[in-house]
Design a protein around this ligand. Sequence first.
Ligand SMILES: Cc1cc2nc3c(=O)[nH]c(=O)nc-3n(C[C@H](O)[C@H](O)[C@H](O)COP(=O)(O)OP(=O)(O)OC[C@H]3O[C@@H](n4cnc5c(N)ncnc54)[C@H](O)[C@@H]3O)c2cc1C
Length: 412
Amino acid sequence: MVNDVTVLGAGIVGISTGLSLLERGLNVRLIDRDDPGQATSFGNAGVISPWSIVPQSMPGLWKKIPGWLIDPLGPVTVRPGHLPRMLPWGLRFLAYGREDKVRDISAAMEMLNRDCVSLYRQHLAGTGHEDLIRDSHYIHAFRDGRAARLDSLENELRRGAGAELDRVDGEELRQLEPALSEDFEAAIVIKGQARAISPGRLGQVLSDKFRRQGGELLRATVQSIHPLEQGGWSCITDQGSYQVPKLVLAMGVWSAELLKPLGIRIPLQSERGYHINFSAPGITLNNSVMDVDNKFVASTMEQGLRVAGTAEFAGLDSPVNEKRLAALIQVAGRLSPHLRTDDYSTWSGQRPSLPDSLPCIGEIDGFPDLITAFGHSHYGLMMAAKTGRIVADIATGATPNVDLSSFSPTRF
Ligand SMILES: Cc1cc2nc3c(=O)[nH]c(=O)nc-3n(C[C@H](O)[C@H](O)[C@H](O)COP(=O)(O)OP(=O)(O)OC[C@H]3O[C@@H](n4cnc5c(N)ncnc54)[C@H](O)[C@@H]3O)c2cc1C
């Protein structure tokens, strides 16, 4: 056994974990079947925010879901054939929307997000690509000004954690973002965060750093993992099998399948999202902007204007749904009368989603030396760096100075 730790999956979570393990002086191998950082971590909206601490399931959400489901342009869809498998997960998801639970979950999210901007800047320092992360507001824009409320539960949670928020009217909004449609009557401006201007290149740059610092990157498809009697794990791939002292499972939405043969069941759902990249949009945004009515986030990136969103529950192996892409293009057009939508490319990826919006981080009872680091749903970019630090603590036997019970893989 040569390597101290083998990390399965080189998405942004696996890469960040690899870097943190190297910082502790360990020998680290990262295994991925593709180029690092080019799956779900490639196509996200780039929001890196200490204040994205509002879980997906909130009080009263259940009232909105039927309307969303029947609206072809709505932000959520469930493929009918997937409904029976989706239903138990959906009920559990809604049960986490009670206010007392929301407050606990939000506190756990806050712990993972708190230092996200500075941790990324530390990882990027000295790479020559420090500008991949830019300071940014997160602007939540509303067409009905009455809905832009500082006293909503979500903004109360943010302010309670120390966020600086402003409510602005339409005119002030267009001073910040001149390109936005006059249909937006008001916005909540969340200050003090950052945005990635190319999440895919961020993964590339950080995985290059991992390699330069002595980490090993192996391209292979992981087929199964097995605990060894003498301790450690055997990892079977299409390029051969490896006996390793410690494994970190960071394969995003594909992680739960690997655990099933060991009798470990995790309620991980694939929540497919889409983005459209308008390469000659004719407009520029200065910040990350959420169209709250249509639930997508728009951001000017290196390759143009990226509009990312939608939640499609259709099962892990379901194909891309062209109707969702068409719907996203249509609602994106409402962002600005000046947006040119003729030249675009599309992308789709699968968020690894658990019913309580929190990831699995930590060991599983009865399976020593296997550390989970997956299930970051809508927040994996921003939560990756801290997740990596925590995994490095666990792998080196240091006590993480945070309560990890909310992230226990066996909490369900
Ligand atoms: C539309 C959209 C917008 C989003 N916006 C944001 C945002 O603004 N901010 C934010 O923080 N988060 C956002 N997210 C969520 C974020 O992108 C994810 O949570 C994050 O990318 C998950 O990272 P990961 O490393 O866990 O998974 P992935 O990036 O999916 O990485 C998993 C890796 O495992 C590899 N793998 C899988 N199976 C195998 C196998 N058998 N063998 C070998 N390798 C394997 C894959 O190739 C992949 O590289 C968004 C997501 C979507 C879809």
